[in-house]
Design a protein around this ligand. Structure first.
Ligand code: FMN
Length: 347
């Protein structure tokens, strides 16, 4: 095993361990508390009238919830990904895979996904690559990631804060818009852009949509803090450890991003993730115009245990969302776009 492979393996294992530790979670900073959903004592619909069915990227799904991109391509991840994939196929949720970066240099990583695709032919997956790789790697290699996975879209993740705290003082982000624009032109599937938990602001969202990006997933703060996780991995570097304390509430929350995009949500696919910890959080995102809601850390927490836990977590999120919709008199998620069912709390 060469050194870079060993480093990769230990980084991915650390990521899972640290993401499950409460110190990496910023829930007190999440903006969900500022939004109140309006309860309808007489909703004038039956619980069974409420449907969570949605169309995303041209495909039908049973829920607007999706599995946010999480770790892939290392030795222990196969079992975790199999559990997530099995559960996603059973529940008919969309699944984002973790970064396919390792496939760019190691064929074994692609074999893992081929195995999963063979076992779950109906599963709908979205590819994932970091902006730094998109900028630096030949486009043909990136397009091959989509083909290998048979994915229905590709997420490009933006993660400047995480990259710096991974101790990459050479974090490469210049020419990022250009690289995304070229990918949009050449990709056979829609391009989606996400953050990893610090938000995407309105100016960037508008620019991305204008160049043909199909979905902007705002991925705000309030959940897993990827600067904190990388700094914890680099604890022998005193500068990094001292520096991270100033970034504890860095970025925009998922709710603040959505509040800022109220003109865009009517006409564009704005998705939400980052700090979603129950189906009422999801209902708040949908009420604010998001068309889909991504869950990461709670599903990883379940997946390290068993497939049954993953399914239980998915069912809980769906049940909470359905109950919230019923109590607001909302039959289907499109109705959120035509009816204002929220207000900002003044408490
Ligand atoms: C264990 C783990 C691994 C992750 N790996 C990736 C990744 O490879 N690519 C990516 O775009 N995001 C990755 N993420 C970030 C998530 O997709 C998500 O944007 C972020 O964790 C915020 O959501 P949360 O608060 O629900 O965890 C990962 C998250 C977790 C918990």
């Amino acid at each position: 095993m060469d050194q870079s492979f060993k480093d990769f393996e230990s980084r991915k294992k650390d990521h899972i361990r640290l993401a499950l530790d409460s110190s990496s979670q910023q829930l007190s900073k999440s903006g969900f508390g500022q939004i109140k959903l309006i309860h309808q004592a007489l909703p004038e619909i039956n619980f069974t009238d409420v449907s969570l069915k949605v169309q995303l990227l041209g495909h039908d799904f049973s829920s607007p919830h999706f599995i946010s991109s999480m770790t892939a391509g290392h030795e222990d991840s196969l079992e975790i990904n199999l559990r997530l994939a099995r559960a996603a196929q059973k529940k008919n949720w969309l699944m984002g895979v973790g970064s396919q970066r390792r496939e760019l240099t190691d064929d074994r990583a692609a074999a893992e996904w081929k195995k999963i695709k063979l076992e779950f032919p109906d599963l709908k997956l979205v590819s994932n690559i970091g902006i730094a790789e998109l900028i630096q790697q030949p486009l043909d290699k990136i397009l091959l990631l989509i083909e290998n996975l048979g994915s229905i879209g590709i997420f490009v993740h933006l993660n400047p804060l995480q990259e710096v705290f991974q101790n990459k003082k050479e974090a490469i982000f210049a020419q990022g818009f250009k690289a995304i624009e070229i990918l949009v032109k050449k990709s056979s599937v829609p391009v989606l852009v996400k953050e990893v938990g610090f938000g995407i602001n309105r100016e960037t969202t508008e620019r991305l949509l204008l160049m043909g990006v199909k979905v902007v997933d705002v991925t705000g703060n309030g959940g897993t803090h990827w600067g904190q996780i990388e700094a914890a991995r680099n604890h022998d570097n005193a500068v990094v450890e001292d520096a991270i304390t100033a970034f504890h509430d860095w970025g925009q929350s998922t709710i603040d991003c959505l509040l800022d995009l109220q003109e865009q949500v009517l006409f564009h696919q704005i998705w939400a993730s980052g700090g979603i910890r129950n189906g009422v959080d999801s209902a708040k995102c949908l009420a604010l115009g998001a068309r889909a809601v991504g869950v990461a850390q709670p599903l990883m927490k379940a997946a390290v245990n068993s497939e049954a836990e993953v399914i239980k977590t998915m069912e809980l999120f769906d049940f909470q969302l359905k109950t919230a919709m019923f109590c607001m008199g909302i039959r289907k998620y499109e109705d959120f776009l035509h009816k204002k069912v929220w207000h900002v709390s003044n408490k």
